[in-house]
Design a binder for this molecule. Sequence first.
Ligand code: FO1
Length: 328
Amino acid sequence: MTRPNPGVVVLTGGIGGAKLVLGLSRLPGAPRLTAVVNTGDDFEHLGLPICPDLDTLMYTLADEVNPQTGWGRRDETWTFMDTIGQLGGDTWFRIGDRDLATHIRRAQLLAEGQTLTAATQTLCTRLGVRERLLPMTDTPAPTRVITDQGSLAFQHYFVRDRAEPVVRALEYGGAQDTAPTAAILAALGEPGLAAIIIAPSNPYLSIDPILAVPGLRAALRKAPAPVVAVTPIVAGAAIKGPTAKIMRELGIEPSAEAVAAHYGGLIDGFIVDEQDRNMVCAIEKLDLPVRICDTIMLSVNDKIRLAGETLAFAASLSPKRTETTGAQ
Ligand code: FO1
């Protein structure tokens, strides 16, 4: 009898995290992948439920993502957007014609009574995605960005205002009455789980909303697998997006060390980029094992290589985790 491949759970936002998830999915003998995806960016727009990070993961794994933007679908046309504009509707959030079909179909599935978890599974199956994409909650948990220009809904801050307002604080909808879904708790508690990976996504905008879901941190601590985070900051700058800018605005020096400290007691190991070798000692002082890798993922091979190194690092940590916390 063949044993199933080990399970791996990845906590992730959109574009950066999707690259690592794609790498994991393309590894020879790929693990059974579950991505727990940020839905703090979700919003209702033009009457439709939009789930940007779930869709970025889904399109990336289906080889359908727009390679120029990293979000939306490839080979897109824009008749719908142009026509909405002609009719005086909002055009700051660009929904392509092919992408529109996803939002309409999702709206229909939700209206029929499916949970977001089930609707996502339905869409993924139709697009041939075999990895499991789990929204962090089935109930809305919108992130709000408190800025020098007031409290903004996430997409207003990020897309409409191009992440220009100065961030003073972040509020996560998950801090209220949401809960991790049964599917997430089952994935994190699975016997033989090989690793839990925190993707190189924005810690404040993409990962913290997931960690703010009540019960999620406790489930991570109890999980029978080491938790490894991959740095989203290399040489003081973000690979993509406003992570470094937001850190500065929140009074935090943007560095891999600061991200490691931010995840603190939650992680068992941290991956820094080879450009940040000089930070290894400081991170090890946080009592955190560190692995140095090339974390820049430009090609598919880069993604597969980093995925392999992340899993190898996690495997090297497993005995320590078992010794110190025991299987719970
Ligand atoms: N990002 C943009 O910068 N501009 C857009 O017009 C835009 C539209 C869009 C439509 C569907 C979708 O799933 C994602 C879209 N994104 C767009 C990306 C997205 O909103 C952000 O990158 C994420 O929320 C941050 O992870």
